[in-house]
Design a protein around this ligand. Structure first.
Ligand SMILES: C[S@@+](CC[C@H](N)C(=O)[O-])C[C@H]1O[C@@H](n2cnc3c(N)ncnc32)[C@H](O)[C@@H]1O
Length: 331
């Protein structure tokens, strides 16, 4: 029997941008922060936001329907993830990251034109970074990067390691968290020259200047600081094409001591490329931002490692549905 189809899924997709817009507006007016602070009726939200009652009614209906808000009796409450990550002033506030790609919205809706008349360069948006834009950028990445780094040190035992090289380390989230957890470890964050100025501020804030150093360099060229016994490259995989990534992995292999290990953490596609959607979309994001990068599959990543000479290569879920971790050892 023919499987019945209807337009529901396609209609939802055609208007998926509406959910992003509602989330941005809710964050603009600190909706979740007000609700968390006890301004949890529509009357008090009208007063707190200065919006018209009809717009609070619209916004609250959307937020309830998107399961950002819920009812508890006759008052509003935040959903658990919203309460943890979208309330200003809370330790795990990640609003900066949720808003981070908002400036790209226009570009995403120019996708067809960008594909027809492509303009790209190897470093894409990264070649224009300044110290100020790097600071802003890493205010956003650090709001989720430190959480990912905590997950990394819980999953990977670095207690026998002495020197970590963190390629494209940004805020230094992985290096800082790793030296805080493994007392014998030192780390070097390698990132672009304007970025490491911001990195040094995170390192100073954490009080680990004596154990985490920075190198301002482009990881697509040149040899890496050596010897090191563990290398991490996190959350920059789709920025580059296969040629660049395999070359980085090959130079990382050379920099490692025998017995050392490398971890490539990023959004990776399943081998049939049927997801995760996030990995595919970060690949497309490189069109929007003007780099030559694309989404890589898990087996492509494994192949970069084995071609470089790594053994015991495997890809493991890191944040299921979002990030995977490819690990290999230098014999
Ligand atoms: C999304 S951030 C990830 C930062 C950090 N690894 C984390 O997971 O929190 C990507 C980082 O890669 C850096 N990066 C991108 N291309 C680079 C290059 N060619 N050389 C050095 N760093 C680069 C960027 O400057 C940025 O800091």
């Amino acid at each position: 029997m023919d499987k019945r189809v209807d337009t529901t899924r396609l209609q939802k997709m055609a208007r998926a941008y509406t959910a992003s817009a509602v989330l941005y507006a809710a964050l603009d007016v600190s909706l979740f922060t007000h609700v968390s602070g006890g301004l949890n009726s529509e009357t008090s939200l009208v007063e707190a936001t200065g919006l018209r009652p009809v717009d609070v009614d619209r916004l609250v209906s959307c937020a309830l329907s998107l399961e950002l808000l819920d009812w508890e009796g006759d008052h509003l409450v935040n959903s658990p993830d919203v309460e943890t990550y979208l309330v200003e002033g809370k330790a795990r506030y990640a609003g900066a990251w949720m808003m981070f790609t908002r400036p790209d919205v226009e570009g995403w809706f120019e996708m067809t034109q960008k594909m027809r008349e492509p303009e790209s360069s190897k470093l894409g948006m990264y070649q224009e970074l300044t110290v100020d834009s790097a600071r802003k950028y890493h205010r956003a990445t650090s709001s989720i990067g430190f959480g990912a780094a905590r997950r990394f040190v819980k999953t990977v035992d670095l207690s026998s390691r002495r020197h970590l090289l963190d390629l494209g380390g940004g805020s230094g989230a992985y290096s800082i968290t790793a030296v805080e957890n493994f007392k014998e470890l030192r780390a070097t964050v390698l990132d672009l020259p304007p970025v490491v100025v911001a990195t040094q501020e995170y390192i100073a804030d954490a009080g680990v200047e004596d154990r985490v150093k920075t190198v301002g360099a482009d990881f697509t060229t040149g040899e890496f600081p050596s010897p090191v016994d563990v290398i991490v490259m996190a959350s920059n995989l789709p920025i580059y094409d296969g040629e660049v990534v395999s070359d980085v992995v090959a130079r990382a292999f050379r920099a490692l001591e025998p017995g050392g290990e490398m971890h490539l953490i990023g959004e990776m596609l399943n081998d049939d490329r049927k997801g995760p959607i996030d990995a595919a979309m970060w690949g497309m994001n490189e069109l929007i931002c003007g780099s030559e990068g694309r989404a890589h599959t898990r087996s492509e990543c494994e192949n970069y490692f084995t071609t470089a000479g790594f053994s015991d290569v495997e890809v493991i879920d890191f944040v299921p549905g979002i990030l995977a971790r490819c690990v290999g050892h230098k014999p």
